[in-house]
Design a protein around this ligand. Sequence first.
Ligand code: 5GP
Ligand code: MG
Length: 463
Amino acid sequence: MTGPEHSCGIVGAVADGDVMYHIHRSLNVIQHRGQESAGISTFLDNSMKTVKGDGLVSDALSEEKMRGFVGNIAIGHVRYSTVGSKGEINAQPMVVDYSKGKVAIAHNGELTNHKELKAKYQESGWGFMSDSDAEIIAKILAKCLAQIDDPIEAMRAMMSELDGAYSLVILINDRLFALRDTYGFKPLCIGKTLKGYMVVSESNAIDSVGGTFVRDVLAGEIVEITKDEVKSYPLDKPMPKAHCMFEWIYFARPDAIMDGREVYDVRKKIGMILAEEAPADVDVIMPIPDSGRAHALGYSIKSGIPYEEGFMKNRFVGRTFILPSQEEREAAVSSKMNPIKSTIAGKRILVVDDSIVRGTTLKILIKSLKNAGAKEVHVRVGSPPIIAPCYYGVDMKDREEFIATKYSVDEIRDIIGADSLAYISLEGMVKALEIPADDLCLACANGKYPTFIPGEVHRFESE
Ligand code: 5GP
Ligand code: MG
């Protein structure tokens, strides 16, 4: 599963005073959105200054690196990439020097036409330093800004060239802007801070700096944020929306509120609906930590069956999902999760996880539950089977790797070694989301894409 860009985390802030505390703290809070690199750009004394590096925020933006790095307007980024595309060259913000100054951008999402754009501009003589979408976006924006005086019109011109998913925070010299693509694939929200405003991928970052949530940036909206106000430039006509379902299922932290729905509440409701759709005769309900926790709790509340923790997760082991080989992934899952024996031995257990992609996690963990003496292990899953690749920034790209494209639910049950297996229905999941299905991107679950993708079915195409 390689690709140029994946779900990342972005933030911007402006205030009457230094904003580095807001930016740094926010990047820490949204660290789960990307651990490969982090960076901050600020416009100070007529120039763009950037600090970035590989690894976690605590390393990439260490105290030492941050010393003396101040500014009252800044943007920041944490990057999720796959193994193949690491390196500081891809770290963001991307900064471009253009005829009227500097532009810096931090991007979350993935362009579906990045190859075409890169080829087109390479033909016209441009060079690129990285394999990142963000560089393409930054250079196209710089071109538009050079041609069009009004920055809002320049950003609209840029947006007309970009296809796919992009939430952006942008510094154009000393001005801060933020925008979401017209579908609103990736989240972005606005907060009020003591002496200014901020914009960030997840609302929990606003809480963490003592700010107050104002609202989401709307799909297709551009905002200019100053220390005193948020100026809105919305779409002039309504366009179809497609908020990524996987943000609520897996990607965002449970304390985030995105497009009006709290992630924790959605996951708990999914668990409750699963308990109705797929009841089980078991002694305990157990989550696969951490992402399956709220789903499992909802199942327990609705079914009245006690909730127990069955695994201790080692927080210091990184993501197992992105390791390149199946052997490495399996070894990493078992070293990351250790069973808590007293809650397992002799019990009929129901484990709940948020999703099954390749089936690695559950196969290993069911074996470990059985080794620890579980009598039966049943599985319930908080999303429908993942059957189609994501072209919009979630790290699920290769149809061939998805267990549900090759096997039926009964076959998957046998492969992972469960005594029973059920997924939530698509309808059940949408009900828990409380967002109309037409306003969601459900492509990974139903194979219908909100934008035109060659060789794939468009969501409004009749079957
Ligand atoms: P599997 O082990 O079946 O391949 O993947 C499912 C597990 O990985 C679940 O526990 C889920 O929380 C997690 N997961 C699902 N999608 C992603 C993703 O895009 N990135 C990462 N890091 N983990 C994921
Ligand atoms: Mg998980």
